[in-house]
Design a protein around this ligand. Structure first.
Ligand code: FBP
Ligand code: MG
Ligand code: MG
Length: 322
């Protein structure tokens, strides 16, 4: 089985970008080890702190963030970082070419139940001549990403990665510490009979999503004339992994549950990297009204509605939003 560096070099991936990706993966291997140790690691449970978004930080959120931040900044491979767990961006090496936005631990409510979690990352070039300390260097639409990926800490630790040449899956061989290529070009089937949504929010959804989900639930006796299955992992990284593996529609739509927070998922380090992975595997990623990767961000922790996955099913869902 092939290791990651030769696979990426063959694609024409610049050495500086490869080096940055390997640095991120070095931190992820450490996170994988700590997550795998579970209760033995002493880092299950919550801290007494909240992040800038008002969410209680899990000990593993803080640890994962610290590992990624320290390794990235010490390596000199990155000009600046933005993280879910950092209030503001953090300046790195002024001379480095790339900037990285990451969700150090996605699905952190799953940590205490030994269920799926992962790290999501998005890499862009810093604008020429920009200042590493300038927060606005991250205000670029997702189509500017040069690479995106996640590491899923599941029964096996897997990396899904794209540098714009398709989406590939690697599996961490823990006996030698290398990510080995296990699926060359992931392809999301255009049709599906599986969807993922947190249905407990149903009464707060907008009418378009209400109508779409109602029609799915009516199964073969309704307008869709087929039965659908539902899954919800409560970790976007796990739900998107399933979509990349066997298709499906995943959505976290706009809702009115909390008027100050109409959307849940964050654009820079959740929606954009997942959108790039999904599009590179033949799927679609939209807010309901626009392509996620065309959104011009205006804040580091900006949130967006997400509807992604199998092309034909997402298009059907988008039809309800017109
Ligand atoms: O609590 P809910 O409504 O099930 O939300 C789950 C969603 O929240 C998230 O866990 C948010 O990510 P974090 O754990 O990084 O804050 C998504 O991964 C997931 O899709
Ligand atoms: Mg997350
Ligand atoms: Mg997180």
């Amino acid at each position: 089985m092939r290791r990651l560096p030769p696979v990426l070099l063959e694609d024409g991936c610049p050495r500086e970008l490869l080096s940055l990706i390997r640095t991120i993966l070095a931190a992820c291997k450490e996170i994988s080890f700590r997550v795998g140790q579970g209760a033995l690691s002493g880092v299950l449970g919550s801290t007494l702190d909240e992040n800038i978004q008002g969410e209680t930080q899990k000990k593993l959120d803080v640890l994962s963030n610290q590992l990624l931040k320290d390794i990235l900044l010490e390596s000199g491979t990155v000009k600046a970082i933005a993280s879910e767990e950092e209030d503001y961006t953090v300046a790195g090496n002024q001379d480095a070419k790339y900037i990285v936005a990451f969700d150090p631990l996605d699905g952190s409510s799953n940590t205490d139940i030994n269920s799926l979690v992962g790290t999501i990352f998005s890499i862009m070039e810093a604008p020429a001549g920009s200042d590493a300390a300038d927060q606005s260097i991250f205000m670029q639409p997702g189509h500017k990403q040069v690479a995106a990926g996640y590491v899923l800490y599941g029964p096996s630790t897997m990396l899904a990665l794209t540098t714009g040449k398709g989406t590939r899956m690697f599996t961490l061989d823990k006996t030698q510490g290398s990510f080995l290529l296990t699926e060359d070009f992931a392809t999301i089937p255009a049709d599906t009979n599986e969807f993922a949504i947190n249905a407990s929010n149903q009464r707060h959804w907008q009418s378009a999503m209400q109508n779409y989900i109602n029609d799915l639930l009516e199964g073969d006796t309704g307008p869709r004339a087929k039965n659908f299955n539902m899954r919800w992992i409560a970790a976007m990284v796990g739900d998107v992994h399933r979509v990349l593996s066997r298709g499906g529609l995943f959505t976290y739509p706009t809702d009115t549950k909390d008027p100050n927070k109409p959307n849940k998922l964050r654009l820079l380090y959740e929606a954009n990297p997942m959108a790039m992975l999904v599009e590179q595997a033949g799927g679609i990623a939209s807010t309901g009204t626009e392509r996620i990767m065309d959104i011009q961000p205006d804040a580091i922790h900006q949130r967006v509605a997400v509807i992604l996955g199998s092309k034909n099913e997402v298009e059907t869902c988008l039809g309800y939003h017109k």
